[in-house]
Write a protein that binds this ligand. Sequence first.
Ligand SMILES: C[S@@+](CC[C@H](N)C(=O)[O-])C[C@H]1O[C@@H](n2cnc3c(N)ncnc32)[C@H](O)[C@@H]1O
Length: 172
Amino acid sequence: MASSEHPIIRYARLANDLPGDIIECGSWKLDSALRIGTICKEKIVYACDTFRGMPEPTEIDGHKEGDFLTSWDEIMPLAEGTNIVPVPGRFKYTLPLIAQSVRYFSMIYIDCDLYGSAKEAIDILWPCLVPQGILVADDYVNPACKGINLIMDTYFGGRMQVDENGFAMVRK
Ligand SMILES: C[S@@+](CC[C@H](N)C(=O)[O-])C[C@H]1O[C@@H](n2cnc3c(N)ncnc32)[C@H](O)[C@@H]1O
């Protein structure tokens, strides 16, 4: 399909046919979250990020602490009047609380670039994905995000599909 639409849109369309809200792990300035929200109008999109830049990376990661700096003051107006719920804080603190309160998701979108962060997100959220639910990770083929490649291969190796944009997707 030749198209200029953002690659996440195709997965949002698939998720729209499933029960459960959507959670994005790594949202920065809400660009993808807002795109997903326009497709999945009846769902809530939980947009999780420190909103204060990347936490500390590990050796495998190609980013440095503080990359993707933004602020709560910048984020809140972007979400106003939409179906996006920004969730500020590190995944290890925020995701267990969301998992406990929301309980099931149609889609988990991993766009956090770091090995440890992606591992936390998958470990905490995978049990909340509905049957046939979608876990999709950006940057699977990005040399600056080798940790995403590693964690997706480790957890989902043979089950994954990688699309032409380098998104790796697995259905539960
Ligand atoms: C590539 S950016 C996200 C881009 C965004 N999805 C978009 O469409 O523009 C990666 C984000 O992941 C966030 N992040 C990485 N690890 C995190 C963690 N453990 N907890 C919270 N946020 C994290 C960073 O703060 C950063 O904003």
